[in-house]
Ligand binder design. Sequence first.
Ligand code: GTB
Length: 214
Amino acid sequence: MIPTITAFERSPDQGRGLARDIIVRWALEEVGQPYDVHLVSFKTMKDSSHLARNPFGQIPTYEEGDLVLFESGSIVFHIAQHHAGLLPDDANARARAVTWMFAAVSTVDPPIMERSFTLLVDRDAAWYAQKLSMIEDRIRKQLGALSDRLGDADWLDGEFSAGDLMMVCVLRRLSRSDLLDANLSAYIARAEARPAFKRAFAAQFAVFTAASNG
Ligand code: GTB
């Protein structure tokens, strides 16, 4: 059965592929699963039909027969459990890959999101510079630890896994900042060079181009 995901009809990221549908697109491309995309506007995301998919009125969502999922991490985990290619067969290696998925969403992502939010809404506040600097210090500390752990390996734990996919999607949000060291920038570049990422990126970019021309 071909799953259907939701994505922004008009992504505010100018085609940079930062909205989280790219995470799901990429996972589906990695495992070779075709998918349909249902585009939603900011208005229709808050309609009851979309709230039934995601109570928070957000994208991405994933529908496959009777199954309706939200949360990009959970969707990627579902895809990875049902297809070969994103989680190792060995039970311990699999648990470690899942640990990296959680590390991405629950340790590395929160301060990066907070930084994005601060850049967006706090610029006029008297304490803006101080707050930004505190958040960036926190991010630097975490990324230093991450970069040390990665070392000169290609991926976080052996073969490329759903853990790398989630982590790279979190880190890509910093690609225009000075917070990524050369090691993490190269890690992102390696991931973005994967054919599956390129197909996912092109698919979301086509939506951006169509919306811009429409
Ligand atoms: N924890 C959820 C998940 O991982 O699935 C978070 C989902 C989420 O944040 N969805 C956002 C959304 O639907 C889009 S991805 N927002 C609309 C709303 O809440 O009303 C976050 C996002 C938005 C915009 C950019 N951008 O413009 O660069 C990047 C990322």
